[in-house]
Design a protein around this ligand. Sequence first.
Ligand code: J2J
Length: 534
Amino acid sequence: MLDGFEPWPDEFAQKYRELGYWNGEPLDAAMRRYGLTFANATAVIDRFGEWTYADLDHEIDHYAAGLSSFGIKDRDRVIVQLPNRVEFVVVMFALLRIGAIPVFALPAHRTTEIVHFAECTDAVAYVIPDVADEFDYRDLARTVRNQTDKLANVLVLGDPAEFTSLESLRQEPTSHAPTDPGDVAVLLMSGGTTGLPKFVARTHDDWSYSGRATAESSSYDTTTRHMVCLPLGHNWTLTHGLMATFHAGGTLVLGESPDPGTAFKLVEKHGVTDTGLVPGIALAWVEMAPYATEDLSSLRRVVIGGTKLAAELARRVEPALGCQLHQAFGMAEGLCGFQSGDDDLETRINAQGRPVSPADEIRVVSEAGDEVARGEVGQLLTRGPYTVRGYYRGGQHNVNSFTTDGFYRTGDLIRHLPNGQVVFEGRVKDQINRGGEKIAAEEVENLLLAHPAVLEVALVGIADEVLGECSCAYVVARDDAPRQAELARFLNEQGVAAFKIPDLVRVIDALPRTAIGKVDKKTLRSSAPEKATA
Ligand code: J2J
């Protein structure tokens, strides 16, 4: 078992196995089975080509052999920061096949995040494209390697410069020791609420179940053509997109941009039936659909989640796109919920989904920790066959984030309706949900505090029409007030994902405090500037 992983207590593990939620099949073995069962069906389509399940499994074997002879070993952590291309899928499963553990980074992550990923996971290698979206990831690798001695190897898809070419590793398949289904398969980044993001270690057994349960709740089958146009490195895209589609023998269409101009063409070209969108992108689709020249009639469902979908926008989805709207919610820590064709329109407009497993345990509690009446608002606590029992190397943080009986404190305020649907009502965690990308306020505050002009700072989320929420930094200046552009430049120089740069900066004389002296973010949020367009 990977050191730093918090296992389920034996009695739970046994129950989940007995009930078949954990099927004892490692993810790479599942891929091998798909390669045989769905051999000639198209598994993946990207900008450069199409691969059948047999092709894909074959490629995975070649890269597994190559990565192994290159020196990547069982339990080694490898940061994967690839765009939505077939190589993402191949590298992920090749690592799993040799027992190594992919750590998924988003294309937007920069030096600060990657160095943290490397330090926190002791990663031995870093897989990047040469250039993607006009950004040179080899430059990023150079800066990162100046700041950490962890990433001994950099593997590059495309022109490797001084690093190692990923493609050059491909070699004749060899056999590998079977992976343990109960052990950690992948490390996912948590949205986080603290200064440094935490990692979520998901086992083959639990994560694979989450994909299978999603496929079943979404009624996926061999005719499903699911397009992932948001970054693949998220739990949502990996479970609902990649794993659920493969489980059903469908086709995964990889898009490199969710913009309607690009995505609509893929829908038409590949007969896409399903996709997942965040509300801000869904708005762009709904606005553009009336002018689209592409045929979108293959779409059966558009699933919207990651952040709250406003009912007014939800109502426009079906008429504009001519397919069903389903909402979804979830978290890298585990619990996720989807809707089905059996849910009536009002439910699909006003609720966010039903947990995918009958074994998902939901508790909704008041601030004092008492369970509230069904349908009332409270904090969501959850436990189940694919919800972790602690963060990877979580230490003290686990004591705050999990109850003594193993429930994860999500920090989300919800209502659990009598029909099983969950409605998101807000948050108690100090996190900003910027169009689905999560920002831990404390992380950005710490970065800003390093600026010489910043004496104190508080980052809060404020309403935004497109993103749902964007970020506003309230700054108390030392002397001269720093300008927004200066703070943005400062964060850019430190190398942080662009989505973490405050959308607005407001300089104030002092931060409001609560009676016990904590920064009063409630007051800051309520006095927030009107429009976040700066
Ligand atoms: C409001 N808030 C939501 C929703 C997630 C499926 C779907 C999403 C994620 C995800 C995921 C929300 N309305 N519909 O992993 O498998 C907020 C909650 C939650 C946090 C988790 C999946 N859907 N959220 O978004 O790990 O606050 O996962 O706790 O990125 O997103 O974020 P993340």
